[in-house]
Design a protein around this ligand. Structure first.
Ligand code: G3H
Ligand code: ZN
Length: 279
């Protein structure tokens, strides 16, 4: 298949009442594994890369790999910019063929966040590409990016933010965190309040470590997309760590990369099946 448009994926998920998994990639093996994992369980979703990872793997390289690994598959998969940190990254990803975009200006004040999202929306909508925005910063660690800020999304600001910025999806801060260092404390009542006023579907960041029952309960509160990064990265890193622990002379890089792809693909497909009650 070819990379699928983000609006079409949102439409698919809403019609079938499923949550779209969005998995973070970093390199060739992660990209291959995520596509393999989604395709093996025939669950549409997104492969995404964050702005900080683009310094290692640029948008063209990732888009090239995604197109290559999608050949012969039959599961709709989109390519998403995660935590887009600059307008330059947004434009580079759109040019490279990404099919949905997140602009993360949650570290700015309310007006600054709206202005940044609005100009991204104006640009992306010209190409029929949906834009995800974030209101309320999410605490934790995303690879080498650390955020100390923990500003829960204020339901009183949601409608105005969405209407003025024009975003198509809204990432919320409801006690979810990035990475494994801080324990998530999800506030479902807060999510319910946000869902009641949000004109657009919601996105959960920091999927790794959130109890599955809580994730499933979020479906009734407009949660349409869920991001998983650390669970997959950990499966990847463990493959090499365990092999090295067993044998300090281990040098079969090809064998370990292959094993890492299998482990990450299995982690991704298991997550997809569980959160959508397919297992
Ligand atoms: O944007 C990426 C995600 O929010 C990943 O979070 O690493 O905690 O699963 P996670
Ligand atoms: Zn995130």
């Amino acid at each position: 298949m070819k990379i699928v448009n983000g609006f079409d994926l949102m439409d698919y998920a809403q019609k079938r009442n499923v949550m779209l998994p969005a998995f973070n990639t970093t390199n060739l093996e992660m990209t291959k594994a995520i596509i393999q994992g989604l395709n093996s369980v025939h669950m549409p979703g997104m492969i995404q890369i964050s702005s900080n990872n683009l310094h290692l793997s640029d948008p063209e390289t990732i888009a090239f790999l995604v197109n290559k690994f999608l050949k012969g598959t039959d599961t709709p998969i989109g390519l998403h910019l995660d935590h887009g940190k600059s307008f330059e990254d947004v434009k580079a990803c759109v040019d490279a063929g990404f099919t949905s975009i997140m602009v993360d200006a949650s570290d700015q004040d309310f007006e600054g966040n709206i202005a940044e999202v609005k100009r991204t929306v104006e640009y992306c909508h010209f190409y029929n590409i949906p834009v995800e925005a974030e209101l309320g910063a999410i605490m934790g660690k995303e690879d080498d990016h650390v955020s100390e800020a923990d500003c829960h999304t204020d339901p009183a600001l949601v409608r105005e933010f969405v209407e003025r910025s024009g975003c198509d999806l809204l990432a919320v801060s409801i006690g979810n965190v990035h990475g494994f260092d801080v324990k998530p404390k999800v506030d479902l009542d807060l999510l319910k309040k946000i869902a009641e006023v949000s004109p657009v579907p919601l996105v959960l960041h920091g999927g790794s470590g959130i109890p599955f029952e809580q994730v499933k309960a979020m479906k009734q509160y407009k949660m349409l997309k869920i991001n998983y990064g650390s669970d997959l990265r950990s499966a990847y890193i463990k493959t090499f760590g365990e092999a090295y622990e067993k044998n300090h002379k281990e040098a079969n890089l090809f064998g370990l990369c292959k094993k890492a792809v299998e482990n990450v693909a299995k982690t991704a497909s298991d997550l997809v099946l569980i959160i959508n009650d397919m297992k």
